[in-house]
Design a protein around this ligand. Structure first.
Ligand SMILES: NC(=O)c1ccc[n+]([C@@H]2O[C@H](COP(=O)([O-])OP(=O)(O)OC[C@H]3O[C@@H](n4cnc5c(N)ncnc54)[C@H](O)[C@@H]3O)[C@@H](O)[C@H]2O)c1
Ligand SMILES: [Zn+2]
Length: 408
């Protein structure tokens, strides 16, 4: 008799479940014999729905049919993004009611018969760890190999799409149904924390690609990163892994500024300690040994932050503005002093492309290899049932990246 790996996993799970002192398996009801293709799949799934402002409800749905092109994933963990927090507070995108969560990862527990490879052509099957990127249901011909320009802004993303009759559309759930036509990546070679950080990291891979397109960002560049939330901190880590060693961070929070050094910053300035833009600019220059920055990344949603950053950049330098995913209002600049006479090259950066996603996997592996403690960015982990508390912690600006864990 031959026993395959899935049978072995099922046997091990069975044995372990009788070792918990109670002699029982998990309390969830199971679909009978073998329907899960090696995994025990409960009859129902639980999805966190934002049903009102500042209110999630956990809804229970029958486990959906897995079509020939679909993948059922048991969710492990999902990060809370600024977009999720904005939805929770204001519903600016008018999504309510919605099953949120787009920074998620989990284990493939059932696959349709047509599924054998991920969007990069890597084999994909039961037990693999995956993340999703965009859903090109209107144009399935788009692949990561011909997609350098189109970014996710044009496509759907799980966790930001309307509910449908099969449900399980967001990663703040214990199971998610990846429909055929979605992009999915096998990231089994990455640890859970790295996988949770893939989506926000892709934002910075894209921003650095945009910055590189100016031709100004180089190995020996002096770089300012303004804003030390998760986005700015990951920006520092990306720059460091690509060999940039002169990075000054600017923020108003000492703890975050200190932490930026663990990500790779070599100097920092707390703007609260300097009155007026001249004094602040002098402080930045001092951190660079008397020079202005060659390049700057603007990673705050603050109009004042946008106005300030031009002053930190040398003549002929470059700027990547990526901090305004949400409209934070107008900012004042002086076109003569800030752009025209300085000949500053500016680029905007908006989310990422599929290709950036694949680059992100390599960045996270490089960060690990280089000893950058990316895991420390995840400061809080809440169970799915405590998702309201997780969001309250997020909007109270406690910690950095808050994760919702589904599998514990
Ligand atoms: N371009 C994109 O695709 C994309 C994707 C995700 C997020 N974002 C944007 O990136 C920004 C940062 O995201 P985050 O999750 O790190 O947010 P965050 O709120 O955690 O961090 C922002 C940081 O900026 C600091 N700050 C505020 N005003 C400042 C100022 N004037 N000078 C210096 N520092 C200042 C704050 O103290 C804070 O630490 C957000 O505004 C978000 O909209 C953009
Ligand atoms: Zn996000």
């Amino acid at each position: 008799m031959s026993v395959n790996a899935n049978d072995i996993e099922a046997i091990v799970r069975q044995v372990l479940s009788t070792m918990d002192g109670k002699g029982t398996a998990s309390p969830a009801p199971y679909v009978s014999g073998g329907n899960g293709g090696g995994y025990d799949i409960p009859k129902t799934a639980h999805c966190a729905f934002l049903t009102d402002l500042k209110h999630f409800e956990i809804k229970e749905f029958p486990m959906p049919e897995v079509g020939d092109d679909d993948i059922l994933v048991k969710v492990e963990g999902t990060g809370i993004c600024g977009t999720d927090a904005a939805e929770y507070k204001f519903d600016p995108f008018k999504y309510i009611p919605i099953n949120l969560g787009h920074e998620g990862t989990g284990t493939v527990v059932k696959v349709g018969k047509n599924v054998s490879r991920d969007s990069a052509g890597k084999p994909l099957g039961l037990g693999d760890k995956v993340v999703t990127c965009m859903i090109f249901k209107d144009d399935p011909s788009i692949t990561m190999f011909d997609l350098n320009k189109q970014n996710v802004g044009e496509a759907d993303v799980y966790g930001l799409i309307p509910d449908d009759e099969r449900h399980l559309t967001g990663w703040f759930s214990d199971y998610i149904l990846i429909r055929g036509g979605s992009t999915v990546f096998n990231v089994s070679d990455m640890d859970l924390d790295s996988r949770i950080l893939i989506e926000p990291s892709a934002v910075l891979i894209h921003a650095v690609e945009r910055a590189k397109s100016t031709g100004i960002l180089r190995f020996n560049s002096k770089v300012v990163v303004q804003g030390c939330g998760p986005i700015g901190l990951i920006c520092v880590a990306v720059l460091r892994t690509m060999g940039i060693t002169n990075i000054v961070t600017v923020d108003g929070n000492d703890q975050r500024l200190e932490f930026s050094h663990e990500m790779g910053a070599t100097g920092h300035v707390n703007f609260m300690n300097h009155k007026g833009i001249e004094a602040l600019t002098e402080a930045v220059k001092k951190e660079f040994g008397g020079d202005l920055a060659d390049f700057a990344f603007q990673c705050t949603g603050s109009p004042a932050g946008h106005s300030n950053i031009y002053k930190f950049i040398r003549n002929g330098g470059g700027l990547c503005e990526l901090g305004f995913f949400i409209n934070g209002g107008d900012a004042t600049i002086n076109p003569h002093f800030d752009i025209c006479s300085k000949e500053i090259t500016t680029v905007g950066s908006w989310v990422y492309t599929l290709r950036d996603y694949a680059t992100t996997f390599e960045f996270l592996k490089a960060a690990k290899r280089d000893g950058i403690p990316m895991s420390k960015l995840i400061t809080h982990r809440f169970d799915l049932k405590d998702i309201n508390e997780a969001f309250e912690t997020n909007i109270a600006q406690k910690g950095l990246k808050i994760a919702v864990m589904s599998g514990r």
